[in-house]
Design a protein around this ligand. Structure first.
Ligand code: AP5
Length: 211
């Protein structure tokens, strides 16, 4: 299964949830552009300063900044799992010159469920573990099961920003579905199913897809 993969889908579709497990169990190099940007913001770097206002508003960070960031991290590598990238046609075209993509998993989920999931998402600021107060709650209230740190809510998981992120996804990212379908590498997965089922669908799709 070690090819370059893209996980495509709306905010909250479960890209990060699937990617972390695929990386842990199948050795992919997980590149989440959202995670990298949040690290840059936390570090107060030049890129983080430039990206922050876009992220806080639920808008996309400009393509040229994203492509430079991706190129720096993956040039010459294989088995990369792109999570949340590409998000525009310009990014998809730019990626062709950085790393060829062999499969695109499209996690399909509607607006209502996106809002429900993101409103209830909690993250561990220390180890990055993901929780959901409704579907994947921590064992102990507001504490990470793995490392015990207090859980937090992402700044862009406020209701008004979630709605904007979904609109931006519909406008800028849905054209990628046709882009990759026409190339014959798009695999649709019903992301409304429970996490275990979604993961099983993804693994099955990747195995079935082998020549
Ligand atoms: P980014 O961090 O990429 O956010 P996103 O794409 O909006 O996706 P999320 O991380 O919100 O959701 P996810 O699909 O990973 O779902 P998760 O697994 O967490 O981007 C943030 C911002 O950075 C952007 O708005 C933009 O400003 C900027 N940015 C990033 N990349 C960019 C790019 N390429 N170009 C330009 N700008 C960029 O799951 C969500 C919740 O649901 C969790 O609580 C989880 O526990 C739960 N859950 C997961 N799966 C299931 C399931 N099957 N059933 C029930 N609950 C589930």
């Amino acid at each position: 299964m070690k090819r370059n993969l893209v996980l495509l889908g709306p905010p909250g579709a479960g890209k990060g949830t699937v990617a972390k497990r695929l990386a842990a169990e199948h050795g992919y190099l997980h590149l989440s552009t959202g995670d990298v940007l949040r690290e840059e913001v936390a570090a107060g770097s030049e890129l983080g300063r430039r990206a922050k206002s876009y992220m806080d508003a639920g808008e996309l960070v400009p393509d040229e900044l994203i492509l430079a960031m991706v190129r720096e991290r993956v040039a010459g590598k294989s088995g990369v799992l792109f999570d949340g990238f590409p998000r525009t046609l310009a990014q998809a075209q730019g990626l062709e010159g950085i790393a060829p993509v062999e499969a695109v998993i499209f996690l399909e989920l509607g607006r209502e469920e996106v809002i429900r999931r993101l409103s209830a998402r909690r993250v561990c600021p220390r180890c990055g573990a993901l929780y959901n107060l409704i579907t994947q709650p921590p064992k102990e209230d507001a504490r990470c099961d793995r490392c015990g740190a207090g859980l937090s809510q992402r700044d862009d998981d406020k209701p008004e920003v979630i709605s904007r992120r979904f609109e931006v996804y519909m406008r800028d990212s849905t054209p990628l579905v046709d882009y990759y379908r026409e190339r014959g590498i798009l695999v649709r997965v019903d992301a409304s199913r429970p996490p275990e089922e979604v993961y099983a669908q993804v693994v099955r799709a990747l195995c079935d897809d082998r020549p």
